[in-house]
Design a protein around this ligand. Structure first.
Ligand code: GUN
Length: 274
């Protein structure tokens, strides 16, 4: 039996269509500030995709491309202006930042309600990649409650928040990382396996439980091609559901960013669309 492939691109398209309709009903045009510091090629691609997605649904995007010599205090003063700007409902600072800028200071300087990435400790928004992952798992109609979920990776952007969301859905969750002993023993227990490690094909067929849901968050560049953490061609013989790379988690992350921006704009005017 071959896994059912979870088509993140098509699920994201469906959500974007709904978001476009919501925006048409809003009394204002939502605005997203996109800040990119430096010339990281992958970040440039992501920022371009985020801006394009904004345009698709009717969110105004404001771009700030700053060079590598930008200081932490330059960036903090830009954020202070963006925090005050009434036309901007969401602020996104693309990570990673250059080494001389402390990312934690920057995240904390964003007004929590405008932190549409959901990285600020007081942000009301759910982080985009984890929110997208939960939607992908739910698209299978498999009940998350009581399942054993194993998350590979403990980053603040994916591993930790996705583990929290899975706990909220009443899964039993294990987080694995570089110090985990007997990784295969852990992953073989997983009814739901989420890999956010960043190593091509680290998840092999013999690490996957028969019938598992496998979510591949890896975005690794190999010979100019994007490949995930999962050895897709072999794991598909074991898993019941599997996300592809590209076309799995990536499009959902961007769509959740749009949703958070719309929520933020609607909230500013106390506009209820839900
Ligand atoms: N870098 C990798 N993923 C993300 C994300 O979701 N948001 C931002 N701002 N930077 C990232």
């Amino acid at each position: 039996m071959s896994a059912q492939i979870i088509n993140g691109k098509s699920i994201a398209q469906g959500i974007k269509k709904d978001l476009k309709t919501i925006i048409e009903k809003l009394p204002l045009k939502p605005g997203l500030a996109v800040v990119l510091v430096g010339d990281n090629p992958a970040s440039q691609v992501y920022v371009r995709m985020k801006k394009k997605a904004c345009q698709e649904v009717g969110i105004e995007s404001f771009s700030y491309y700053l060079d590598n010599t930008t200081t932490e205090s330059d960036l903090l003063s830009l954020l202070s202006k963006l925090n005050k700007n009434k036309n901007i409902h969401g602020i996104l600072v693309q990570l990673p930042l250059p080494k001389h800028i402390n990312a934690s200071n920057i995240i904390k300087a964003i007004l929590p309600e405008k932190d549409v990435d959901g990285f600020h400790p007081l942000s009301p928004h759910i982080p985009c990649t984890p929110a997208g992952i939960i939607k992908l798992i739910k698209s299978t109609k498999v009940n998350i409650a009581s399942k054993k979920a194993v998350v590979l990776g403990r980053s603040n952007i994916v591993g930790r928040p996705v583990a929290n969301l899975l706990i909220k859905e009443n899964a039993t969750v294990t987080i694995c990382h570089s110090y985990t002993r007997e990784l295969q023993k852990e992953t073989l227990q997983a009814d739901i396996l989420v890999s956010a490690v960043g190593r091509p094909k680290i998840i092999t067929e013999n690490m996957v439980k028969q019938g598992a849901i496998v979510i591949d968050v890896g975005t690794n560049r190999v010979d100019d091609r994007l490949v995930g953490d999962v050895d897709f061609d072999n794991v598909k013989n074991r898993a019941a559901y599997l996300t592809p790379v590209p076309g799995g988690v990536g499009p959902m992350t961007i769509t959740m960013l749009l949703k958070n921006t719309i929520d933020s704009a609607a909230n500013q005017y106390d506009f209820k669309y839900k």
